[in-house]
Design a protein around this ligand. Structure first.
Ligand SMILES: Nc1ncnc2c1ncn2[C@@H]1O[C@H](COP(=O)(O)OP(=O)(O)OP(=O)(O)O)[C@@H](O)[C@H]1O
Ligand SMILES: [Mg+2]
Length: 237
């Protein structure tokens, strides 16, 4: 049984069909990457998985439960966290207030404090800035805060939407190192990235999305070595 199974989902925005029957799965312990051009449907896919959008048809199963019609906040309490595209931290709240909001589905206060300590260990830059308002953080720090906030829910799987977007090469490297570290801590990762090279390099498996359809799948290595992928997504001649 896969941890996450997406079966033939179709998603519409009004009359426009954004996803045209997408099927994929994520096994426990994997890093799975979804790559594709702008507008391919990557964000729509993550929104549908985490319950922010409902498919017109098809099914999303998580931990062998049909979650297709379950609201997003209940899916969070089932152990799924989503780091949205564009970070979306609360700009007027402090770093620590943002992090604590990530634990809104949890009740045990001692466990929340212990997760907060773990998050600060993982992100020392956040620990140095606990009382800084999030809107004044750099782009990289805001990305770390968004990831830290997702980890505060103590997830089994984390969905990340373009975590490296708009960051300098140095920070991109740092963010990818953190993704790998989070994965080594036992969190399964579903990663959406424009930076296909880096995403495929850390992914166990990956899917290519083109205008609402999955057109290719394979191990990260297979896709990195594939000539069509190299031309279309890795900028190779
Ligand atoms: N709220 C919306 N209303 C109407 N159409 C939308 C909406 N959100 C997305 N779309 C359309 O759905 C398609 C898929 O968009 P989506 O945001 O999922 O793509 P993406 O792969 O995440 O792209 P990007 O790499 O630019 O983030 C696009 O054609 C987009 O214009
Ligand atoms: Mg997107």
């Amino acid at each position: 049984m896969a941890l996450l199974e997406v079966n033939n989902i179709s998603v519409y925005y009004g009359m426009i069909q954004a996803l045209k029957g997408i099927t994929f799965h994520v096994e426990k312990g994997e890093i799975v990457a979804l790559i594709g051009a702008n507008g391919a449907g990557k964000t729509t896919t993550l929104h549908t998985v985490s319950g922010l959008l409902q498919p017109k048809s098809g099914e999303v199963r998580y931990k062998d439960v049909d979650i297709t019609k379950i609201p997003g906040h209940r899916i969070v309490s089932m152990g799924m966290a989503h780091v949205p595209e564009g970070r979306r931290v609360f700009p007027d709240l402090t770093v620590e207030q943002n992090l604590r909001l990530g634990a809104y589905t949890r009740k045990d206060k001692a466990e929340i404090e212990s997760t907060l300590e773990t998050v600060y260990q993982r992100f020392p830059r956040l620990k140095e800035r606990t009382r800084q308002v999030a809107g004044t953080l750099s782009g990289g720090e805001q990305q770390m805060l968004a990831m830290g906030r997702a980890l505060m829910s103590h997830p089994d799987i984390i969905l990340m939407d373009e975590p490296s977007m708009g960051l300098s090469p140095l920070l991109v490297g740092e963010i990818f190192d953190i993704i790998e570290a989070v994965h080594e801590d036992g969190v399964t990762v579903l990663l959406v990235e424009q930076n296909a090279k880096k995403a495929l390099a850390i992914a166990n498996r990956a899917y290519v999305l083109e205008t609402g359809r999955i057109t290719m799948e394979g191990t990260g290595r297979e896709l990195l070595d594939n000539d069509d992928i190299r031309r279309a997504y890795l900028g190779d001649a």
